[in-house]
Design a protein around this ligand. Sequence first.
Ligand code: PHE
Ligand code: ZN
Length: 853
Amino acid sequence: MSKAETIYLKDYKAPQFTIKTCDLVFELYEEHTQVTNLMNIERVDESAKDLVLDSIELELLEIYLDDEKLSEDRYVIEEEHLRVLNVADAFKLIIINKIYPQLNSELEGLYKSGKIFCTQNEPEGFRRITPYIDRPDVMAIFKTTLVANRERYPVLLSNGNKESNFKLDDGRHGATWFDPHPKPSYLFALVAGDLGVVQDKFVTKSGKYVRLYIYTDRGNESKCKHAMKSLKDAMKWDEEVYGREYDLDLYNIVAVDSFNMGAMENKGLNIFNSAYVLADEDTATDANFMGIQSVIAHEYFHNWTGNRITCRDWFQLTLKEGLTVFRDQCFSADLNSKEVQRIEDVDALRERQFVEDASPTAHPIQPDSYMAINNFYTATVYEKGAEVIRMLHTLLGEQKYRKAMDLYFDAFDGQAVRTDDFLWAMGKAGGIDLEQFKRWYHQSGTPKLQVDERFEDKKYTLVLTQKVPKSVEGSEQKPYFFPLKMALLDDNGQEIEARTLIVTQEREEFVFRAEKKPTLSINRDFSAPIIVEQSHNDYAFLMKHDTNSYVRYESAQSFGLQCIENMMKGKEIDEEFVSAFGHILEEDKLDLSFKSLLMELPSVSAIMQRQEIVDFDSIYAAKEKLQKHLALTFKDKLFSIYSKNHTPDSKELDSLSIGKRAIKNRALKLLSALESDEAVAVANEQYNSSVTMTDRIAALDVLENTSPEFSTVALGHFYKKYNKDTLVMNKYFSILAASHREGTLDRVMALQNDPAYNELVPNLVRSLIGVFARNYKHFHAKDGYGYKFVADRIIDIDKINPQMASGLAGAFKIYKKMNRTNKKLMKTELERILLEPSLSKNVYEIVSKIVKG
Ligand code: PHE
Ligand code: ZN
């Protein structure tokens, strides 16, 4: 372990120098790229003598200071720095160096995705391109010239607007781009390739004409329609809801197949994982379409929350990410179904973030230390961060929140700021003291709220007790300040009273008047990211009657959890739950997507999170038994829901059509628990006759998990049809890796040799290895082979792409809670990983934290 050094927020120091302008020339060749970097630099800290630039694996060709070529005694090449000795107050520095994008498998800095040159510089990729003060509080104006072979790379892009084109005699050509907005290096981007393009336009509310382009591999142009529409919807929404207009004449999006994350908000030149751009009904599911809409919007919204106002340092990451996720969630809620969107966002939070928050890798949304900053693009910083912004929105109300956002933009436009600056604007325009609220930024773990109630003399008393967990390091943490939406309902489900309580104390009582004992509906809309613990409950009543759709859903989930937990303790199936479930099936007026969510049984992860000591075998046994019982009890009703909503020729994307697909596929999945020929035949017929990927995937999933023979045939057909389409192959690998059938690990291992698989492409690794590592049944198999396999992959992939490897290591986060047998097996593998001689700091940080916990 060479560089497992911990970096602390408390050690933050302002930069000693700043870079005013950065003019770059990239000469792109097949073997290497030559970078010429001309910077105008100024001293800001009088006491600083040497200029220290960040640089990784520097191959320096030449260096000039104010046009004088520097001799070797004027600079030092250090491990990750270039130090220029004794510089003046202001000077011009030219650095010429050589890099090898073709060999770059980490996908940070300049690299190749297939035949396309592209970049990824957040958070610290730019230092792999050229020596620079690679931190977000150094903002410069960039001018970029790209030179490359004209035939191979007809398209040459960078940030901002194109200034000029030129041709060279040797078959090369070039383009120069200029971005007038000062920006940190992490927002720099370039692309060179032979790309197809789709064009559109948007006129801003003040009449500015913006050209929109989406670039993709040739042949995929027709799959960009939804992305383009989403972009225009997002531009309009940000004008209407936040009053924010776009600020360049041009907006470019490029889709690439090899990308570590979802997408990147580089100024005027977003680079996207192609999974979040390309879609048509034949190859993308309804969920994919939604994902595209939200990621396109997310990156667009970053233009104001992230780019115009950026982060002072990487500890402030949630300043832009939590806020931008909140913005994209609201956008999706406005454009689709509010109630469904909220439930799905909460679900995602609980599946991923709650697990993280309960693990030794738990951290506040604003961490105070890190080893590898790449490890902090987490569900906590993003999704919990968004919940924290949502609480501010609830506390302030729509109008004051908007005033506060306006103040934030006014006060900090063009600057690199802190979460405290954001909170200052919220507090000031909101007229609210946020001192205690700040704990959400600095404490970790999910708080629990114990809810007790009393009713006497027409007085209803709500007793709330906050149980705040200790930090990972074992220190006490303090009670939170949060909005708690609640209502009291009468026997018909009518609201007697609906309020937003402000909770601030460890223990607090709220008193209400009521004629009869009311039913409590609490944490409506999931107004705070907490775990509610109720001593006694009215789940059956609330899942039928609550006027708040989130609480209806939540009650169905809690009721299901209670039922499954009792089964795990050896009790019989709770017939009250069964009948409440039946009641939902009979409800005909519900939105179909919402109804399908109400029919969802608690996930294995949700059950697992409530166990003190986890054993997946017993979780699966109970859940499968309940599933089968429900399927048997409601067989006819489920088949009738299926046939009523199954319209195989429909590929429409309106909410009714999406809802019909959602509910009939939910019914089919439940029916598949019967393992009957009938259900298998229906799934098989659906696979053969459907025209949407949503229906095909749902059918394949059922076949794979119930009928090896039919599955082999259908998957064989699927493979033949789509093996050249890597985005569809992701789905193929995922279905097989998530399979509950025996022999899954062997098949996953064999699939690594499939010609469609490639360990260098993160999407494929996530679909095969990542999905397997979250297949609790097989990953946690008691023979330990699941752990061993994933550990082997982590070790191998770490040599290729540390960010991918540490992502896979996340599957071990539940180590602490596992039963003895599994824990022992896990420990062996985790320790084996730590013994690897050249382990990256990324994997080291995650695995060592897990083992220590
Ligand atoms: N900033 C990107 C986003 O959230 C995420 C990202 C981080 C992409 C790091 C690549 C690398 O939109
Ligand atoms: Zn983001």
